[in-house]
Design a protein around this ligand. Structure first.
Ligand code: NAD
Length: 488
């Protein structure tokens, strides 16, 4: 039996200047496990976005206002307090995320939400370590640099890790003293809205964090707004390109975290059981709706049969089930539309001659209204097939065999994306050499998908630019000012 919506969810409103307001129009947010409407959400118009930007601008520009008067230490404490509140409400946030997105509660409760708190705390601590430098130019000058906040930051996030990806942007933006207009994805707005309530409870001054819900039109209004200084975007490469073009008109700073088609290379000398677990985790965690999913698995021919047998046995055990059940490891695809996209890719894989060796079907649970797909594995895939080239963003693995690891690396790099990659081998020197050859923002050795608030994450090539997480993120949320004092 699927668990019904746990409690009544209030309609979502817009947060502008610490006040909740209705939009002129509304849209529904759906529980993908049951197909039922969770609640109505306000759709922010261009005028609503403008109100939010003006509130953010006022709060940023007011030098005698509470936000600009705050010391770095005070800002850090406020961000820390928000982390505490997120942690205090972790069960509620995790449940909202699971109901809105379809991901297993195990993931929301024990991975996403703890990392939200961790990321906020990392940047809370960093707020007092943001500094410029003094530069010795000549004896009659005092020259130094200041790191100042960029200003009003527009944030646009996708539906796969809704609150977590927002926290990657909010942490550094707030720690650096910016003000924010945040747009969560239309499929998954609930946790961002609850987070807005927590920000007010923490004591963030009016206008510092504004939240506008809506779809692509709301996003476009953010990107086009002349009074936003920077856009931080996570989402598809197609939309990322549109944002970059559109941001050029007002010369906004942009950081883009985009799609991926990450290679996971398994050498014959690796711990095969560990590599099987890593491959399963790499592609089926988060239902495969993960930007860094290990969706292309390169397996050395010598161990292909043994590896495949173990892999399929594990995949078959991972049947989709009620996302709110703590034992579930495979949840519901985020939307009917995304489910159809994934099923279409599976058909394309079959037509292009790849061998379907596990899964491949929609699963009907409890009346069949939910959007569930079996963990799916294709073998005999060629690197130029559609399912090996394009991001599917679902639980579909493409297996490609190799005899020579250098050729595997070459094929791994033959893709427009470059977000992440992994290599499994007991030869550590070789592993480091391969890491250097792979054109990707993250390379895992003998593991897959691990992240830490302190480690930069982001893409090469068409996976975007600008790193999130880690101390370098501060560079993307500050301007560098040079000051020259004449002492002659
Ligand atoms: P999407 O690009 O369709 O939407 C992302 C966000 O952009 C949503 O909030 C959406 O409303 C908004 N949007 C859509 N069109 C817009 C436009 N023209 N202008 C402004 N905003 C617009 O992506 P999605 O389907 O929600 O998410 C999946 C994609 O996100 C995948 O490609 C995935 O790889 C990528 N992703 C990347 C990372 C990363 O860190 N690199 C992380 C998660 C997801």
């Amino acid at each position: 039996m699927l668990t019904a919506t746990k409690s009544r969810i209030a309609p979502g409103r817009l947060l502008v200047n610490n006040e909740w307001t209705d939009g002129e129009r509304q849209f529904e947010t759906i529980n993908p496990a049951t197909g039922e409407v969770l609640t109505q959400i306000a759709e922010a118009s261009k005028q609503d976005v403008d109100r939010a930007v003006r509130a953010a601008r006022r709060s940023f520009e007011d030098r005698s206002g509470p936000w600009r008067k705050m010391t770095a230490s005070e800002r850090g404490r406020l961000v820390w307090k928000l982390a505490d509140l997120a942690e205090k409400n972790i069960d509620e946030l995790a449940e909202l995320e699971t109901q809105d997105n379809g991901k297993p509660i195990f993931e929301s409760r024990y991975v996403d939400m703890p990392m939200v708190a961790d990321v906020l705390r990392y940047y809370a601590g960093l707020s007092t370590k943001i500094h410029g430098e003094t530069v010795n130019t000549n004896e009659t000058a005092f020259t130094y640099t200041l790191r100042e906040p960029v200003g009003v930051v527009g944030m646009i996030v996708p539906w796969n890790f809704p609150l977590l990806l927002a926290s990657w942007k909010l942490g550094p933006a707030l720690a650096c003293g910016n003000t924010v207009v945040l747009k969560p994805a239309e499929q998954t707005p609930l946790t961002a809205l609850r987070f807005g309530e927590l920000a007010i409870e923490a004591g963030f001054p009016a206008g510092v964090l504004n939240i506008v819900t809506g779809g692509s039109e709301t996003g476009r209004a953010i990107v086009q707004h002349p009074d936003i200084n920077k856009v931080a975007f996570t989402g598809s490469t197609t939309v990322g390109k549109e944002i970059m073009r559109s941001a050029a008109d007002t010369l906004k700073r942009v950081t883009l975290e985009l799609g991926g088609k990450s290679p996971n290379i398994v050498c014959a000398d690796s711990d095969l059981d560990g590599a099987v677990r890593g491959a399963i985790n790499g592609i089926f965690y988060g239902k495969g709706e993960v930007c860094n999913a290990g969706s292309r698995l390169f397996i050395e021919s010598k161990v292909r049969d043994e590896f495949t047998e173990k892999l399929v046995a594990r995949a078959k055990k991972m049947q989709p089930a009620d996302p709110l059940d703590p034992k579930t490891r495979m949840g519901a695809i985020v939307s009917q539309e995304q489910m159809q996209t994934v099923l279409d890719y599976i058909e394309t894989g079959k037509k292009e001659g790849a061998k379907l060796i596990s899964g491949g079907n929609r699963v009907s649970l409890d009346g069949g209204k939910g959007f569930f797909i079996e963990p799916t594995i294709f073998s005999d895939v060629k690197n130029d097939m559609t399912i090996a080239r394009e991001e599917i963003f679902g639980p579909v693995l493409s297996m490609i065999s190799f005899d020579d690891v250098e050729q595997a690396v070459e094929q791994a790099n033959q893709n427009p994306y470059g977000l992440a990659a992994a290599v499994w081998t007991r030869d550590i020197k070789r592993a480091h050499q391969i890491s250097r050859m792979l054109r990707a923002g993250t390379v895992w050795i003998n593991t897959y998908g691990l992240m830490d608030a302190a480690l930069p994450f982001g893409g090469y090539k068409q996976s975007g630019f600008g790193r999130e997480l880690g101390a370098h993120a501060v560079e993307h949320y500050t301007e560098l000012k040079t000051v020259w004092l004449n002492m002659a």
